[in-house]
Design a protein around this ligand. Sequence first.
Ligand SMILES: [Fe+2]
Ligand SMILES: [Fe+2]
Length: 274
Amino acid sequence: MTPKWKFEDINWTLFDAQKVNPDILKIIKAGSVVEHNGADYGAYLCNVFEGDELFQKEINSWEKDEIKHGKTLAKWVELADPSYNFEDRFKAYREGFPIDTMTKDSIRGSCGAELLARCMVEIGTSSFYSAIKDATDEPLLKHICGKIAADELRHYKLFYTHFQRYQGKEKLTIFKRFKVAVSRILENEDEELAFAYYIANNEKGPFSCPYYTKVYGRVVYQCYQKIHVERGIALLCKAIGINPRGVLQKILSFVASYMLTTKAREYTKALQGG
Ligand SMILES: [Fe+2]
Ligand SMILES: [Fe+2]
């Protein structure tokens, strides 16, 4: 997979400090440390796919893309907040959230299931960057998020292609595929993003996963529009093998949009102590 753009291609002169939204800035700080940790995820995947040299090669370029995302976001954050010490925050993140890179077995149970879970991650990130791109008024962040969202969509296609290869052998049932997809999506409310937010923003006091899940979710869920959800669900349907333009896609899109709106409202209320 050849990279479509380089760090040097970013037009940094677009930056407009007046248009930085402080809530979005905090979310992007979290994104910078998670993305930059791509090498650890890459090492994990190379172990799980030991012997599959074709795929391992793809993983190496995928990993470089993710690190480039982290570096680009960190540079944007440093423009928006010159006090941000990315190196320091990234080190703290890696220490606090280590990934088991030595395991030989996929935590998803099989290589096919691992690839399907990776498809879900890339759907999540491409939807996330598209939503932030449309939510922010800051021109440089818009420009960066557009480029990253396009990369994430290519990553989805990469994992989907290899998933199909493994699915030919593993033949995971539709029930299993649905289960893997949904369980990976629900993990978005696990510790990783909440902890990344806490660490990247150098928050004071002890870490509380439920609290920071709400702080993070309140901002992010409000950025999603119907179009981002519909596109994401269409990709999910395609990955699990159901019609991406069928009735089920419409029902799932409606449910997902409803859940995002409800959660954004719930979290706002909870954080206001209401
Ligand atoms: Fe990324
Ligand atoms: Fe990605």
